[in-house]
Every structure is written in structure tokens, then in C-alpha cells.
Design a protein around this ligand. Structure first.
Ligand code: HEM
Length: 179
């Protein structure tokens, strides 16, 4: 029977739904960022893809936090990393992924909190507009885009490790544990 929680041999249903659901949502988020970067301002496709960037970004922020909590609750039962240098590299890479998945949306949300425009989530006002912006809340958001592209690179590295290293070279069952 499919288990909801993780076991030492396999990630449970909840972790797998988090993983693949968030992978799909991050792909959409990266697509909106790529269109924003590559297409001219008046382009209709750019407008359409950009229209969901802030709502999806805030959703991903909440999902990352929930997924982190679920991961911590399952910490003792999760499949272990392989040993050696590659295991250490995987741990390091995944810590980086988590850090950027939190920091990238967090800096923009913090900027929205301290901005004159405020922030609404699917039409619900979360942060009201301010008369004057709080300067320090805007500072880190200047790097939001650059950090977003670093996150793209980390995700591509994560996919390459899963497919090239584990599936094609090592031929181990690491990918199956999340499949
Ligand atoms: C995990 C979530 C997020 C990712 C991966 C992400 C990624 C990106 C990337 C890569 C860019 C650069 C696009 C370019 O070069 O033209 C960008 C820009 C932008 N994002 Fe996000 N974003 C996320 C969440 C958010 C959130 C939550 C907000 C607002 C509350 C937001 C607002 C913006 C804005 C206004 C820009 C254009 C200005 C700038 O580059 O800072 N993003 N985002």
C-alpha cells in the first residue's frame, strides 16, 4: 500500500506530491521569468505569462515552507543520501536549492511589504500600500532576478545529477525513490 509518510526505502505520497507538483509550478515560474527577460514589453505572451508571476511566486514560497516542515517531520525516516564525496555534494546542492527557493521569493515579498504599492494575493490584500516606502526592505529585492537565475541553474544541476549521474552512470534506484 502507498504510504503517506517517508520510509528509509522510498519517499511517501505527500513528499512525492510536493516534489512533482512544485517541480511543475517552478517550471511555470521560470517560464514567466524567461519570457519577461527575453520578449519585448508589448508582447502578448510575455504579458500573459507575467500576469501570474507574483501570485505563483507567493504560492511557491508557502509550499516551500510547508514542504520544509514535512521534510523535518520525516527526517528520521527519509531515504539516506549515498556516502562519499557525491553524497556530500548532493547534500550541499540540496541545501542550496532550499535556501534559494526561500530567499528568492522572500526578498520580493519583503520589498512588497515595505513598498508604496503594497501586495495582494489573488485579489486579497495582504500588505496595504504605504505613504512612504521602507528603504531597507527594497535593498535585497534588487538581486531578486539574479538570484532567481541562480536558482534555475541549481534546478538544472539537480535534474542533471538525477538523470546523468544516478540513472545513466550509477544506474542506482535513487530516482525511483521519488518516482
Ligand atoms: C520562487 C519564486 C520566484 C522565482 C523563481 C522568481 C524568479 C524571477 C526571475 C528569474 C526574475 C528575473 C526576470 C528577468 O530577468 O526579467 C524575476 C523578476 C521579478 N519577480 Fe520574481 N520570482 C519569484 C517570486 C516572486 C514574487 C513572490 C514576486 C512578488 C511578490 C516577484 C516579483 C518579481 C518582479 C516584480 C520582477 C521584475 C523585477 C526584478 O527583476 O526584480 N517574484 N523573478
Amino acid at each position: 500500500m502507498t504510504k503517506l509518510s517517508d520510509t528509509p526505502n522510498r519517499f511517501g505520497l505527500v513528499s512525492r506530491i510536493f516534489h512533482w507538483g512544485m517541480a511543475a509550478l517552478f517550471a511555470m515560474q521560470f517560464l514567466s521569468a524567461a519570457a519577461h527577460w527575453a520578449l519585448p514589453r508589448e508582447n502578448a505572451l510575455r504579458e500573459t505569462l507575467w500576469s501570474y508571476h507574483t501570485n505563483l511566486g507567493a504560492t511557491l514560497f508557502m509550499l516551500v515552507l510547508l514542504r520544509g516542515i514535512w521534510g523535518l517531520l520525516n527526517m528520521k525516516n527519509r531515504p539516506a543520501h549515498v556516502g562519499g564525496v557525491m553524497g556530500k555534494a548532493a547534500k550541499f546542492g540540496q541545501a542550496g536549492l532550499y535556501a534559494f527557493m526561500i530567499i528568492v521569493p522572500a526578498v520580493r515579498l519583503l520589498a512588497a511589504f515595505g513598498s508604496k504599492r503594497g501586495f495582494s494575493y489573488f485579489g486579497m490584500q495582504v500588505f496595504p500600500p504605504r505613504e512612504t516606502a521602507i528603504a531597507w526592505t527594497q535593498a535585497a529585492a534588487e538581486w531578486h532576478g539574479e538570484m532567481g537565475w541562480i536558482l534555475v541553474a541549481l534546478v538544472l544541476g539537480h535534474i542533471a545529477m538525477a538523470i546523468v549521474w544516478h540513472r545513466l552512470i550509477q544506474r542506482d534506484d535513487v530516482l525511483k525513490r521519488m518516482a
